[in-house]
Design a protein around this ligand. Sequence first.
Ligand SMILES: NC(=O)c1ccc[n+]([C@@H]2O[C@H](COP(=O)([O-])OP(=O)(O)OC[C@H]3O[C@@H](n4cnc5c(N)ncnc54)[C@H](O)[C@@H]3O)[C@@H](O)[C@H]2O)c1
Length: 348
Amino acid sequence: MAGQSSKVRVALNGYGVIGKRVADAVACQDDMELVGIADIATDWRLRTAAQRGFKLFAAQESSVEAMRRAGFEIAGALDTLLGRADIVVDCTPKRIGAKNTELYRNHGVKFIVQGGEKHEVAGHSFVAEASYAGAVGRQSTRVVSCNTTSVVRTLTALKDAGLLRRARGTLMRRATDPWESHKGGIMNTLVPEGEIPSHQGPDAQTVDPELDVVTMAVMVPETLAHLHCWAVQLARAAKKEEVIEAFRSSSRIALIRMSDGLTAINTVKELMADMGRPRDNLYEVALWEDLVTVQGDEAFYAYMVDNQAIVIPETIDAIRALTGREKTAKASIAKTNAALGISPLLFR
Ligand SMILES: NC(=O)c1ccc[n+]([C@@H]2O[C@H](COP(=O)([O-])OP(=O)(O)OC[C@H]3O[C@@H](n4cnc5c(N)ncnc54)[C@H](O)[C@@H]3O)[C@@H](O)[C@H]2O)c1
C-alpha cells in the first residue's frame, strides 16, 4: 500500500463507457496515479487510451497476442497490473466484475465494482454523500448504478434537511448508450420494467436502508440520458424554497431552469459540450428548480441523469474512502469536485 505522501496507485479493468471516463478522472487527481488499463478489446476503443499515454494490459492471458497483433503495445497481463496497484476499479460489463473479485482478493488489492454488480459482491454500496464513512478502510465497495446514485443523492439532500418522509418516483430510462445504438435499443415504443418496485428503489436501500422509496421504470427510445419524475411526502408542510435549499446544499445536484432555455435533456447536454466538459459529461443530477412544486407536505420535482457520467465522481471518492486517503466525505468530495470542475456557479 502506498504511503500517505505518495499517490494511490490505481488500476482500471474495462475501458468502456464508464471505464474511459474513470481513467480520465483518475488521471487528473493530484493524489492518484493511473498505473494501467486492462481490457480485451482489439479495435478502435483502446486507441485513445494509448494516445493518452495510458499503459495497456490484457485482461486475459489469451488476449495478449491478439491485442499486440492489433497494434497495441501491451505491457503484460492483468496479474502484472494488479501487482503494481493499491486498488483496482472494475468497469467490465455486468457480472464479469463479480467473477473478477476472487483474483483481486488473491492479489490483496482493494477493489471497486460498478452498479451492474449486486450489493453482495462487495458487501457495501457507495454514494459519497450517503455512505462514505462506512467505506473508509474497507477492502471493497460497489459504486451503485447511475439511477440509484441520483435517487440517493436527491433523497439524502431532503433527508439531511429533515424534510423526507417517503418518496415515489417514475424513471424514464435511456434505451442504450450512444456509441452502441447501431446494435440495438428500442424504437417507436415504451417498455415498462416488468415489476414494481423497479430495482432502483430497493437498490437505493442498499446504500441507505432507512429510505422509504418506491420506483417504477420505463425504457424510452433515446440514448442521451435518463429523466426522473418524483412525488415525495415531506416530514412536514414546507415552503418550496426550503425544498430547493435542501437540493442546493448538495454540490452534486445542479439546479437548472426551464426559464433559462434548458427545457429538455438535449439542451442540458449541449450546455455540457459548450462548457467544455470532457465527453460532454454531466456529473451532477440536473434538477429543474422552476419545476419544483410543493403542496402542503408533498413535493414534486423532475431531474435528468447523465448515465454515462454521474458515477464518475463517486468512483473517485470511493477510491479515497477505501484507501483511507481522505477520512471524510466532505474532504474527498471537495477534492474531486475541484479536479473535475464541478461547481454550482457553472449553472447560475
Ligand atoms: N453505461 C452506463 O450508462 C452505466 C452507468 C452506470 C454504471 N454502469 C455499470 O458500469 C459497468 C460497465 O458498464 P459500461 O457501460 O462501461 O460497459 P461497456 O460495455 O461500455 O464497457 C465494458 C468494457 O469492458 C471490456 N471487457 C469486456 N470483457 C472484459 C473482461 N473479461 N475483462 C476486462 N475487460 C473486459 C470491454 O471490451 C469494454 O471496453 C457495468 O457494471 C454497468 O452496469 C454503466
